[in-house]
Write a protein that binds this ligand. Structure first.
Ligand SMILES: [Zn+2]
Length: 463
């Protein structure tokens, strides 16, 4: 015998659970049929059962929701967001796409004579805006951050049985990404002092992404005719490197990297604002991670002028390091420019210069460049590059201090956070769309999506 239930709600819940169980067991029997277990096509069975289980759950949920008319319990009037009272009109049904499949829900509909808008209080309470449930929006956010919209649409179908077109994936992921970007600007939670590593690294880098022609009007670029094809995404990344490899060289701590990026200017604004948009972004990320409070701070970058201007302006006392990984790459480019790409002398010359770099012999590098400065433009530019940045190439001294100088984290960060998702062939972004997807991707890669999602749900409950 069943124990007596204490309330009507519990008894309703139990009835629903029992009904679900009976339906499911029956379905499973039907699908299994009389075949021997060994003869079953297990994959077909599991997929069919998942689909049926979700359908049964969807119908049960639909019935339960539609029986409940308490959303009209407040009577004929309901407060509108404009401050006036909206009037009850009728119950209206609408189809929502959920992770269980389509649900048709009937909800009390109110209309406000003051602002002429209509709404269903229940939709707001459940976080349903538009025709997608929060679970579906979240799944779209996950795939939209990771892969192209087309691929994302395919994954949703294959993995979750959801039919969402590529265009809808794009719209939803971009709209969610815009929320993430807004949340990033307005929400800076500084990490507690006890969790700040003794040494923190800040990397700054830029990378061009392909954009639509209208996003480039009036912009000079690197194409032969002086036009541009890309806009630059500026990225800041923060990490710690307290771990050591077998030789005692500091290596990046797993899970310590966070990213923040956007298509933004790093130039001092004419508007009278104190800092550039990008400098503000770096400052927010630094505050969040406690970079500003770390005992020791190092800033790594290639040698773009905006990088060191931003670094010097925000953190004048931080150690500036020219990322050795990048500097070596630059030496390879110069070697190929001098001797031609396939010449073995280029390899030999490049290796000698990289060795000189490792022992901080910048004078020898400049000497070697000078020998080719008349005949090679890259070599001539290289002289300025090494002259202007030699104080950022004190690698022997940096190593003695236990600092990371050649992590590749910054360049890899650009690839992981931006390139892999936004620089695939055939992609042409709007600035708005790219910034939204970048924000979404950075939040996920930095392990912040969950916190964003919780804030979003809480905000929706209040609204
Ligand atoms: Zn109103």
């Amino acid at each position: 015998m069943r124990p007596p239930t204490t309330s009507a709600a519990t008894s309703k819940k139990t009835a629903l659970a029992e009904a679900l169980q009976i339906s499911l067991v029956g379905e499973i029997q039907n699908l299994l049929g009389a075949e021997a277990i060994e003869d079953l096509d297990f994959e077909a069975l599991e997929t069919a059962l998942r689909t049926r289980s979700l359908q049964i759950a969807a119908r049960a949920l639909e019935q339960r929701f539609n029986r409940d008319t308490s959303d009209a319990a407040s009577g004929a009037l309901h407060p509108c967001s404009c401050g006036q009272m909206a009037r009850y009109v009728d119950r209206r049904s609408k189809c929502f796409q959920t992770v269980l499949g389509d649900l048709t829900l009937e909800r009390a509909y109110y209309h406000c004579p003051e602002c002429q808008s209509g709404f269903c209080p229940r939709d707001r309470a459940l976080g349903l805006d538009g025709a997608l449930s929060p679970g579906v929006v979240r799944m779209i956010g996950v795939v939209g951050a990771a892969v192209s919209f087309e691929e994302g649409s395919g994954l949703l179908k294959e993995l979750a049985g959801l039919h969402v077109g590529a265009k809808q994936v794009e719209r939803t992921a971009e709209s969610l990404g815009a929320e993430v970007a807004e949340d990033e600007r307005s929400h800076v939670d500084p990490v507690p002092a006890s969790e700040i590593a003794p040494t923190l690294y800040l990397g700054l880098d830029g990378t061009g992404i392909p954009v639509r022609p209208k996003e480039l009007e009036g912009r000079a670029g690197k194409q032969e005719d002086g036009s541009a094809k890309t806009r630059e995404v500026k990225l800041c990344t923060i990490w710690s490197a307290e771990s050591r490899d077998e030789e005692g060289v500091p290596i990046r701590d797993p899970g310590s990297v966070t990213y923040s990026a956007a298509i933004e200017s790093a130039a001092a604004p004419d508007s009278g604002a104190e800092r550039s948009e990008f400098a503000e972004r770096v400052l927010r990320e630094a505050t969040r991670r406690g970079f500003d409070r770390a005992q020791r701070r190092a800033i790594l970058g290639d040698c773009a002028i905006w990088i060191w201007n931003t670094a010097g302006e925000l953190f004048p006392s931080a150690t500036q390091i020219a990322d050795r990984y990048h500097v070596k790459g630059r030496l390879c480019v110069i070697a190929k420019a001098i001797y031609g790409p396939a010449d073995p002398q280029a390899i030999q010359w490049g290796k000698l210069r990289r060795d000189e770099l490792d022992v901080e012999n910048i004078d020898a590098i400049i000497q070697a460049l000078t020998e080719h400065s008349q005949s090679c433009e890259e070599a001539r530019k290289g002289i300025d590059y090494f002259q202007n940045n030699r104080h950022r190439m004190r690698y022997v001294e940096f190593h003695a201090q236990g600092l990371c100088t050649s992590t590749g984290v910054v360049e890899a960060g650009c690839k992981v956070a931006i390139g892999e998702r936004l620089k695939q062939s055939g992609m042409h972004w709007t600035v708005r769309g790219a910034d939204a997807i970048i924000a979404l991707r950075c939040a996920r890669l930095s392990g912040r999506f969950e916190d964003f999602w919780e804030r979003r749900s809480a905000r929706r409950k209040v609204a």
